[in-house]
Design a protein around this ligand. Structure first.
Ligand SMILES: CC(C)(COP(=O)(O)OP(=O)(O)OC[C@H]1O[C@@H](n2cnc3c(N)ncnc32)[C@H](O)[C@@H]1OP(=O)(O)O)[C@@H](O)C(=O)NCCC(=O)NCCS
Length: 266
């Protein structure tokens, strides 16, 4: 059984650090340490864990609600403030989402995001943002199509050089996902209702072989070429006021970002 709840105590936060290293293979300079998780919790951020209460190594005394040994996923967010509007507004920046490899594709990533949303709304926070790699088809599918996030902005080489093994040494270009937690769009999509139909003005394709290309020395150039070409397309589309409103997969598994003019209800 999987329990989703806020992580409690240093040992559970340490388990998040371990899962972070297992997931991204970061070197010490890139790892977010336990203390940062702790501080985030104390200042209004979130460290939410997914625990498999049937993990054999979990101690029986803690198995009902999970324990550090039974952590199989986590979502981590930091509090932020938006200025420049009539008054400053609190929001959350979700910095990491990870699920252990053998637990993937069972809905845990989505459940962790939904718990982040529930918890944020319970405190009156209505916006969550995070960045994601536009070459990661699966992440784009979850963020846009399954959760209803929208994207208005492209950040070129956002983190600079990264030791993440998922990055394949490419520049750390990112899309900025905006999740308007109580918008009609998000409420509808997470309730499983079909998304509001839009006029699609631009489609940006990511080939299914991108994962293979990023991971191989001989083909990395091809991944870089896709990144560079798509970067220009996104930048042009955003400068024209378009936004990413949906994401689909074609029959070959290629990912397709669908861009159009957003409406106020997004
Ligand atoms: C991203 C991640 C957290 C998702 O967790 P997860 O538990 O596997 O996610 P879910 O099971 O909730 O959702 C996966 C969805 O992607 C779909 N999917 C799986 N592989 C896919 C692929 N190659 N292309 C497109 N969609 C894919 C699944 O079918 C599922 O969709 P569905 O709910 O409609 O069936 C996990 O893959 C992970 O830890 N990745 C490495 C770290 C990472 O990239 N984190 C995010 C950026 S910070």
């Amino acid at each position: 059984m999987i329990v989703i709840r806020e992580c409690v105590g240093l040992d559970e936060l340490e388990a998040c650090v371990h899962l972070q290293i297992e997931t991204w293979g970061y070197d010490p300079g890139d790892v977010v340490p336990r203390k940062t998780f702790l501080v985030a919790q104390k200042i209004g951020g979130q460290v939410i864990g997914a625990f498999d209460t049937e993990t054999p190594s979990a101690t029986p005394a803690t198995s009902a609600s999970g324990s550090p040994e039974s952590l199989v996923g986590f979502a981590f967010s930091l509090p932020g403030v938006k200025t420049g509007q009539s008054e400053p507004k609190a929001y959350l920046h979700s910095h990491m989402l990870a699920v252990k490899e053998r637990y993937r594709n069972r809905g845990l990533g989505r459940q962790l995001k939904l718990e982040q949303r529930r918890e944020a709304l319970s405190r009156g926070i209505r916006l969550m943002e995070w960045t994601f790699d536009p070459l990661e088809i699966k992440n784009a599918f979850i963020n846009i199509h399954r959760l209803g996030a929208t994207v208005f902005c492209y950040r070129e080489d956002f983190y600079g050089l990264s030791s993440s093994r998922l990055q394949g040494g490419l520049p750390t270009d990112r899309l900025l996902a905006e999740w308007r937690l109580d918008s009609p769009r998000v409420q509808g999509i997470i309730a499983g209702r079909p998304a509001i139909r839009h006029v699609i003005e631009e489609r940006i394709l990511v080939p299914a072989s991108i994962y293979e290309w990023k991971a191989s020395d001989e083909n990395r150039k091809r991944a870089l070429a896709v990144q560079q070409e798509n970067r220009l397309k996104f930048q042009k589309a955003f400068s024209q006021g378009l936004a990413v409103l949906d994401f689909s997969l074609d029959a070959e598994g290629n990912g397709v970002f669908e861009l159009g003019a957003p409406t106020w209800t997004e």
